[in-house]
Design a protein. Structure first.
Length: 119
């Protein structure tokens, strides 16, 4: 059974930093794309960043977070990270970890972790 467990959310002032973690278990993720999505109140869930689990760890970022957020993974710990710097109030959302198979035949989600940025 695949499990994605996020942690690291919280309340931070604008300009501050947080690091989210996503502990992945239940299978190997070779060739998967792992990523972070977020959903603010009253809005649809949106893409934040993704990384190929192998394949050189190619990354992709939403324009709104590029240069401020960094996605990374630790093979030994089977963990995904999102380092968030220079946080803004508009980054406030529930952040979800996602693991997607290469052809989309499997798509897993974590339970989410709340990030609140105060002005």
């Amino acid at each position: 059974q695949v499990q994605l467990v996020e942690s690291g959310g919280g309340l931070v002032q604008a300009g501050g930093s947080l690091r989210l973690s996503c502990a992945a278990s239940g299978r190997t993720f070779n060739s998967y794309t792992l990523g972070w999505f977020r959903q603010a109140p009253g809005k649809e869930r949106e893409f934040v960043a993704t990384i190929n689990w192998n394949n050189g760890g190619i990354t992709n970022y939403a324009g709104s977070v590029k240069g401020r957020f960094t996605i990374s993974r630790d093979y030994a710990k089977n963990t995904l990270y999102l380092q968030m710097d220079s946080l803004k109030p508009e980054d406030t959302a529930v952040y979800y970890c996602n693991a997607r198979a290469p052809l989309g035949q499997y798509n897993y989600w974590g339970q989410g972790t709340q990030v609140t940025v105060s002005s």
